[in-house]
Design a protein around this ligand. Structure first.
Ligand code: SAM
Length: 287
C-alpha cells in the first residue's frame, strides 16, 4: 500500500502559508495535541498549550512523565517484537507521530512487522499519512475505541492484521480518556476477546496509587479535576480498576508498575517524585 499524496498537507504546521485543514478545530484543546505539547512537539496550538502550561504549574515534572511514557512504549514494543515474536500491532489512541514510534521500534526488529495506528482525532490521520508514504507495512485509520467491533471490522485494518495470529494490542494513555460511564472495562473485554492465544495487551494509564503513595494520590486527585474541567477527560484509576482491563490475560513481570519500573534499560534513571507514581503500565499475555 502506498500513498501518492505524500506531503500534500503534512507540512501545514511548519507554515507553508496554508492554515490547518477545516476538520482540525483549533478553538478547542485536543488530547493528541496537548500530549504533543508535553513531548515538546510542534503540532499544538495556543488552546492546547494553555492546558499544558496550567498542568506544569501544578506538576512541574509533567514533561518528564511524558518522556517516561514514551520510553515505556518503546521498551514494551521492542520486548514484544524481539522476545515474544509479535509481528502485528494495533496501536489504539496512537497520537501524533513523534520520536520512536511503534512501527519504527517493531520494524527495527523485523522490517516486515505490521502496525495499524488507530485514533479518533483527524490531526493524527493527517500527519499519519507521512508515515504511509515511506512504509508499506504501516497504516493509520481514524476510528473510535468506544466501538471495538468497527475497528476490528475496518477493511484497511484487516488487510494488515491476521486475527488467526497473535497480535500486540497497544493501549498507551488512551483508556484514562474514557469516562467510567463509557464502560472502558466492557470495551477492553471486547477488544481482548477476538485475539488469538499468545496475543498481548499492553497499557499505560494514569494511576491513583492510594495508600501505596498518598502524596501521589493527592496529586492525582488535583490533576483529575484540572483535566476534567479544561479537557473534559482524564481518570486516575486505582490498581484494582486498572487490573480489570487485563481480564484473564496473564501479567508479565514485573506486573502493574510505574512506567519507568517496567524493565528499564541499563543507564535509565528517573526521579521518584510524586508524579512518578501517578502513571503505571503493564503487559499481559492471552493464555
Ligand atoms: C495521550 S495520547 C497517547 C498517544 C500515544 N498512545 C502515547 O502513549 O504516546 C491519547 C490519544 O488517544 C486518542 N483518543 C482519545 N480518545 C479516543 C477515542 N475515543 N478513540 C480513539 N482515540 C482516542 C487521542 O486523540 C490521542 O491521540
Amino acid at each position: 500500500m502506498g500513498v501518492s499524496d505524500r506531503g500534500e498537507d503534512w507540512n501545514w504546521t511548519k507554515n507553508d502559508g496554508a492554515g490547518p485543514p477545516p476538520e482540525i478545530d483549533i478553538t478547542k484543546p485536543s488530547i493528541a495535541r496537548v500530549y504533543d505539547f508535553f513531548l515538546d512537539g510542534k503540532d499544538n496550538f495556543a488552546v492546547d498549550r494553555e492546558i499544558g502550561e496550567m498542568t506544569l504549574r501544578i506538576v512541574p515534572d509533567a514533561k518528564e512523565a511524558g518522556r517516561a511514557s514514551r520510553r515505556f512504549l518503546q521498551r514494551v514494543v521492542h520486548h514484544l517484537a524481539a522476545e515474544e515474536g509479535i509481528r502485528q500491532f494495533i496501536d489504539l489512541g496512537s497520537g501524533l507521530p513523534t520520536q520512536g514510534n511503534v512501527h519504527e521500534v517493531a520494524q527495527r526488529v523485523d522490517p516486515s512487522a505490521r502496525v495499524v495506528y488507530v485514533d479518533n482525532d483527524p490531526i493524527v490521520l493527517t500527519h499519519g499519512r507521512a508515515l504511509l508514504a515511506t512504509n508499506d507495512t504501516t497504516t493509520v485509520i481514524q476510528a473510535d475505541i468506544r466501538d471495538p467491533e468497527a475497528i476490528y471490522a475496518n477493511a484497511t485494518l484487516r488487510r494488515f492484521i491476521d486475527f488467526s495470529e497473535p497480535v500486540g494490542l497497544l493501549m498507551f494513555s488512551i483508556l484514562h480518556h474514557l469516562h467510567d460511564d463509557e464502560d472502558p472495562w466492557g470495551i477492553a473485554d471486547r477488544l481482548r476477546e477476538p485475539l488469538a492465544p499468545g496475543s498481548f495487551l499492553a497499557m499505560a494509564n494514569f494511576f491513583d496509587a492510594q495508600d501505596e503513595h498518598p502524596e501521589s494520590s493527592k496529586q492525582a486527585e488535583t490533576m483529575e479535576k484540572v483535566f476534567n474541567e479544561h479537557l473534559g477527560t482524564g481518570r486516575w484509576r486505582t490498581r484494582e480498576e486498572l487490573m480489570r482491563f487485563v481480564g484473564d490475560f496473564e501479567l508479565l513481570e514485573p506486573g502493574l508498575v510505574p512506567l519507568a519500573d517496567w524493565r528499564p534499560e541499563p543507564g535509565e534513571s528517573w526521579e521518584r517524585s510524586a508524579t512518578y507514581y501517578t502513571f503505571s503500565g503493564a503487559v499481559a499475555r492471552k493464555p
